[in-house]
Each structure stands twice: as structure tokens, then as C-alpha cells.
Design a protein around this ligand. Sequence first.
Ligand SMILES: [Fe+2]
Length: 451
Amino acid sequence: MNDLDISPMVQADGGTTTPGYMPGFGNDYETEALPGALPQGMNSPQKCNYGLYGEQLSGTAFTAPSHQNERTWCYRIRPSVKHSHRYQKIDLPYWKSAPHIAPDVTSLGQYRWDPVPHTDAPLTWLTGMRTMTTAGDVNTQVGMASHIYLVTQSMVDSYFYSADSELLVVPQEGRLRFCTELGIIDLEPKEIAILPRGLVYRVELLDGPARGFVCENYGQKFELPGRGPIGANCMANRRDFKAPVAAFEDREEPSTVTIKWCGQFHETRIGHSPLDVVAWHGNYAPVKYDMRNYCPIGAILFDHPDPSIFTVLTAPSSSPGTANIDFVLFRERWMTMENTFRPPWYHKNVMSEMMGNIYGQYDAKPQGFVAGGLSLHNMMLPHGPDRTAFEAASNADLKPEKLDNTMSFMFETRFPQHLTEFAGKEAPLQDDYIDCWANIEKKFDGTPGEK
Ligand SMILES: [Fe+2]
């Protein structure tokens, strides 16, 4: 696609839409749904074409360093300040924000959950969000939350934005359509999407019921990790990210906009669809990425690099190299290392690791960590392969072997993760999880040699 796209998704006549995308990550994109809607050579003409209003969406401070500065100029039917009512607090009891310490729930421990089951209840993106853990502090914009979503219903004349966070969405079952101010993203399992802080959108169910995982990032935006000596290619490549082309609705219907702000939810009513951006340009935009395009790098003679070698996206903190969040992907790959214990090793980590299984079998846990399930290995709590995995890998014939049918991920944060009441009491917690290490043998008997 060209940088300047004429969208096939114009909805001025109420027609249906077909998503279209522009390649790249953090590009200076530009796109218009009607010809000539985007001003050329300037951002604020005295009068915009079509009678549109110019409005800037700032994703970073005006004065952020230029290589980190992100903003998008929107040309819309009405400025988004046009609300018809004041904000009113509403309750979404299952969506929690840090700091949140649930009484009677212990966060210190190794935890694993079966998939949170689907339900027949009418659940939207908002009412179906179930917070599992929170970390850091939403008010000081550090940390994160991990959520499971269960969606059985589309949002209708209902819109949402989070002032607190960008959302990294990891579908596990079902397909969702994110109709955003900047265009449409369709999302299915094996793909991820990033929805920036402040972006208004509506979520529709394409194939359901839908279930998946969300990492809510309170801190600095996700970016691609530096590759260091790996060089200019592999891992996640910029061209494989896709931002939507412009699409708009000119629809006057009583609607609600829900805003997440400092961990609380507020609602306002408006008389029209806020998805009325006809053209936009800038580098602050939602994107999606197909994880089947992730090119893993690994050991090709012996031993292991650290799992950070599988980082897809990283959200930095103020300490260099110590991420607010790393999003790490464990996907299909070849194992070729000689004289090496090939699964992940035993360890204890200053970072907190929330893992989710999208499909298949994870090599350190052949049983129990199932598709749709989660596990949490919190700050400085030891973990590693179970006995079955250890014995099998210690005695395996080390031929080149392909790990197939496997896709798991990790939300890893520098902050301890606190369980919510839902995670500790309602979600299907496996009470016997830590027993998977109970029968690990003592092999040491004081005599040298392999045991
Ligand atoms: Fe770990």
C-alpha cells in the first residue's frame, strides 16, 4: 500500500466496511477516507476541507525527544470535546487497577489457572473484562494489569477509551473487530493489537464467544526491542505491523462513551458516533501484528540465551534495560543445541512473569498449562520444569527437533503482580499446581558422574 491511502471504508452513506491496513510500526502514516480531506503542508488551515475540525491527539508530551515523540492529527466531523452531558462514575467491578490489594487473597506464590470458562451471559469488551493481576500504580503511570476478556456481545452505540493505559490484546478464541477513531482492525488468535492511550473505539464480536488476554500498560508505550548484535532483521519486523486506513461514521444516534481514568470508570452521553475522523496523519495509531511473522532467534550449537531473546515488544521503565513490561513469545521453533538441557531452566527472577497459552503444549510443562490457561511466577519465586519435563529432557536423544503446535506468551514486569479477588477466588485456580515440583528427585549421593 502507498503511504496515502484512499480508504474503501467510507461510511458517509451508511455502507459497510472492509478493513484496510498500512504497513509499519511508528511510521508517519497518512490516510484519508474522502479525497482531499487531509490538509497538505500544514496541520491547521483556517478552514478544513469538507467543514472538518482539526484536532491533535498527543500520545507523548509535546516536548518528548523527537525520536520518541508521538502524535496524530485528526480531521473529524465534530471535535471530540462535544459531549452532551457531564461525566458520571459507573462501576465495572471486574476491571481493577493498581494499586489494588484484594483482602483475603495471597499474591505470593506460584499460580496456574485453567481457562476461564465461556458463559452465556451477555458480556461486552467492558463488562467481560476480568482483571487477574495488577502491578505498580496507575496514578503515577508505572506498572500494568493483566486481564482475561470474555466477549459474547458487540458494543452497540457504546464507545470506550482508556486515559490510563495502552492495551495489548492477545486473542485466544474468537474474532473481534475494533472500530476505532483511526480505522478498523479485525483481530483473531495468533494476532495481537495495540490500542493507544486515549483512542476511542467500539468492539464488535465477529465470531464468538471470544476469549483472550490483555496487558494494560500504564507506563511508557510499547516499542520494538533493540536487536543489538543480532542486527537489522528478525524477531518482530516493523513492516509486519499494520495500522488501519481511515474510516468514519456519520451517524447520529444517542450513544455513550465510557472513559477509564485513574482506575475509575466514567460515562458520558453524546448524540453521535465519535468515530468521525475522516482523515488523519501521524505516528500515534493502533496497530496489529500477526505473530506467525515473528522470526525467533536462538542457540544453534549449545546452551541457552535468556528468554528475552523472544521479546516481541518492550515497554521501558526509567531504569535502562529493566522493562515496565516485556511481551515475550514462545512459538514454534527448532531445538538443535548439543549436550544441553533444552527446556527453560530453573530460575528465580526479580521480574514477575504472567504467562498465557494461546494454543498447544509448552515445553517446560507438558501437562496442566493448557490453551486459554495462565500461570504466574511472581517476583523472586522459584520455578522451572516439572519432573516429567526434567526427566524427559535430561534423557532425550538430542537430535534436531522441532517444537511444533506451541504458542505461549509472557507479560513480564519489573513490579510484583497482585492477584485480584477474581483471580484468587473465582477463576479456575489449580490448587495443586505447586505439586508439579514435589516429586523432583534428589539425585546427589556424593559420588561424581552423571545421575
Ligand atoms: Fe521464568
